[in-house]
Design a binder for this molecule. Structure first.
Ligand SMILES: Cc1cc2nc3c(=O)[nH]c(=O)nc-3n(C[C@H](O)[C@H](O)[C@H](O)COP(=O)(O)O)c2cc1C
Length: 421
């Protein structure tokens, strides 16, 4: 059985190790643009040596942002700063991944460190908050409009267009965010999906949007590169989405080209009771891996090197996906490798501090994927697609000069209550 610091190959890509940085919203963008904060935040974790670094939930449409400050990829203008960040991450030998997201009925809300609630239009919020059905997440959340069939197709196309932009920015993994009570999860769960058309009711109908998005993204994303899906393995409520449905969906997604299921939970029901504790979601990764025969990532309160090594060595998951512990220690992999007495490459600039015999980093070998720049048929574009030479060229800086509000309070309690973003 492989260990935490053994490489992992998926399609044509090889991860240097099985320690992945979980997507974490930074709420530090204006109009969806990445900033210097993202470069330093993601760049630090690359210096730390993670095998894969996910950028936060990145909105495929402006109305699909959780807050007005979310990262976005609905416009070609977003590509330039993202590609600068990605280049840095790859130079450090970490693979850069993007999580594609639509917040559904949890859109147009405040950042976790602000007073919770809906952001009104005069403060940068928006009216077009959509969901499978007109059901609020909670009293202080927006009342969503039920998506029309045209609206559903627009969302599917937006995911595909976003995947192509992610490829143009040279991300090498995309993950579709189908968890935490956001749009795709809202369709999956009978608690938030009360539709009576082809997208509601039976398991096949509730999972249709997810399968359509996966198929559209898979056809826009190079076949040589991995595609992950993050799900909430259970709603933690009787009569909701559960592990048995997750296993069935995972098996179907494998057939349409998904390589790994990132197994989270909760987020769709405000009053769900979640038994939070060390490794509390790992059993879902194990069960889905065993029964759907697909690679999985375990996430949720994995903090110690021995715990992470145990998850991999015992075959519970193919990778551990760590969030908050990476905020406490961006160099977690360097520390863990030392504790477990495993080899890990160090940045050449830091070799004088490394254990004896440590090797310098090898950049990720970047093949160019021209298919990302080809005209797509059947997936309408919202904007023209730029050529690779233009993306890489010396264009004027488009990222906003407006500074995000400083983080004054760490929003951990929300994650611990299971309302993970
Ligand atoms: C600051 C912060 C932001 C988060 N943003 C996202 C996100 O963008 N997408 C997502 O799927 N999960 C998000 N999450 C949830 C984490 O990815 C992870 O699933 C959760 O924190 C449990 O892992 P942990 O115990 O290692 O922190 C966020 C968590 C935190 C703490």
């Amino acid at each position: 059985m492989a260990g935490l610091f053994d490489p992992l190959a998926i399609r044509d890509l090889k991860f240097a190790n099985r320690v992945f940085v979980s997507p974490m919203c930074q709420y530090s963008s204006q109009d969806g643009y990445a900033t210097d904060w993202h470069l330093v935040h993601l760049g630090s974790r690359a210096v730390g040596g993670a095998g894969l670094i996910f950028a936060e939930a990145t909105a495929v449409l402006p109305e699909g942002r959780i807050s007005p400050h979310d990262l976005g990829i609905w416009d070609d203008g977003h590509i330039e700063m993202l590609s600068r960040i990605v280049r840095f991450v790859h130079e450090q030998g970490s693979v850069a991944g993007m999580q594609l997201a639509h917040a559904g009925r949890k859109a147009s809300t405040r950042r976790p460190w602000e007073t919770p609630g809906t952001v009104p239009e005069n403060e940068g919020g928006w009216k077009k908050v959509v969901a499978p059905s007109a059901l609020q997440f909670a009293d202080n959340y927006p009342m969503p409009q039920a998506l029309t069939l045209d609206g559903i197709q627009e969302v599917v196309s937006a995911f595909a267009a976003a995947a192509r932009r992610a490829c143009q920015a040279e991300f090498r993994v995309v993950e579709i965010h189908a968890a935490h009570g956001y749009l795709i999860h809202e369709f999956l769960s009978p608690l938030s999906n009360k539709r009576e058309d082809d997208y509601g009711g039976s398991f096949e109908n509730r999972t249709r949007l997810c399968r359509e998005i996966v198929a559209a993204v898979r056809s826009a994303w190079p076949k040589e590169l991995p595609l992950f899906v993050r799900i909430s393995s259970t709603d933690w409520i009787d009569g909701g989405w559960d592990i048995e449905q997750s296993i069935k969906l995972a098996g179907q997604l494998k057939q349409v080209g998904v390589d790994l299921i990132d197994c989270s939970s909760g987020g769709n029901v405000a009053h769900a009771k979640i038994p939070v504790g060390p490794g509390y979601q790992t059993a879902f990764a194990q069960k889905i891996r065993r029964e759907a025969k697909i690679m999985t990532g375990a996430v949720g309160m994995i903090t110690s090197p021995v715990q992470a090594e145990h998850v991999i060595r015992t075959g519970q998951a193919d990778a551990v996906i760590i969030a908050r512990e990476f905020l406490r220690d961006p160099y977690w992999p360097l520390r863990a490798a030392r504790e477990l007495e495993q080899p890990i490459a160090w940045p050449v600039q830091y070799l004088r501090a490394a254990p004896k015999g440590a090797q310098p980093r090898v950049p990720v070998d970047l093949k160019s994927f021209e298919s990302c720049f080809e005209e797509q048929h059947g997936v309408p574009e919202r904007r023209g697609v730029r050529k690779q030479s233009e993306v890489r060229g010396e264009e004027p800086e488009k990222s906003s000069s407006k500074r995000p509000t400083p983080n004054v309070q760490h929003p951990i309690e929300e994650v611990e209550k299971g309302a993970a973003r």
